[in-house]
Design a protein around this ligand. Structure first.
Ligand code: SF4
Length: 192
């Protein structure tokens, strides 16, 4: 169990626990405020994220930033963003169960250091792993579920919204519900 970010980042950046290490350009550790009360968890880096070493920086990331801005959240200010796996699966395929098993301890360590009040799962991969294995985003999005003292909510992955813009209004509702929940349970997110 890590007590500080520096050693966690140092060890994670050298990780070769799974085969994704062989094909990554950059490991994508995470971005944001290390004392955030709200964490967002995606599935894994894509091409742009792999090139730049930061999560959600392509078109999907720009859409995510718009939703965040709409409810006064900012990846460089009052939230933290990470992924289920820290290295890009080739051809942007889903990370396998085995790859997620190898990588999840890094996310657990990040979560232990941050101690968030709310975790938002972006898309089915993180929602199935962190909320429940039969989670259906189209049915259960926007619902808050308490697990281990943390409130979890699943919503659409930004890349899925680019493919199917019909779900954008529902995603906006989820972010507005998140804003209300933050006001209810978080102390400093809107004061940073
Ligand atoms: S995906 Fe995770 S477990 Fe696999 S090499 Fe990258 S950091 Fe390590």
């Amino acid at each position: 169990m890590y007590k500080d970010w520096e050693s966690l980042k140092k060890d994670c950046s050298a990780c070769r626990r799974c085969a994704l290490a062989d094909t990554r350009t950059n490991l994508v550790f995470g971005v944001g405020n290390e004392q955030a009360e709200v964490m967002f968890i995606g599935e894994g880096p894509g091409y742009n994220e792999d090139m730049q070493g930061e999560p959600f920086v392509g078109r999907g990331g720009q859409l995510l930033d718009k939703y965040l801005e709409h409810i006064n959240l900012d990846r460089h200010k009052n939230i933290y963003i990470a992924n289920m796996v820290k290295c890009r699966p080739p051809e942007n395929r889903d990370p396998s169960e085995e790859e997620q098993d190898c990588c999840i301890e890094w996310l657990r360590e990040q979560t232990r250091l941050i101690r968030p009040k709310i975790m938002v799962c972006l898309g089915r991969i993180s929602a199935k792993r962190l909320i429940s294995k039969d989670f259906k985003v189209t049915v259960q999005h926007g619902q808050f579920i308490e697990k281990g003292g943390i409130l979890f909510m699943g919503t659409f992955h930004p890349a899925a919204l680019l493919r199917n813009p019909n779900n954008k209004p529902a995603a906006l509702e989820d972010f507005l519900a998140l804003q209300e929940k933050i006001k209810e349970v978080c102390k400093h997110t809107y004061e940073i």
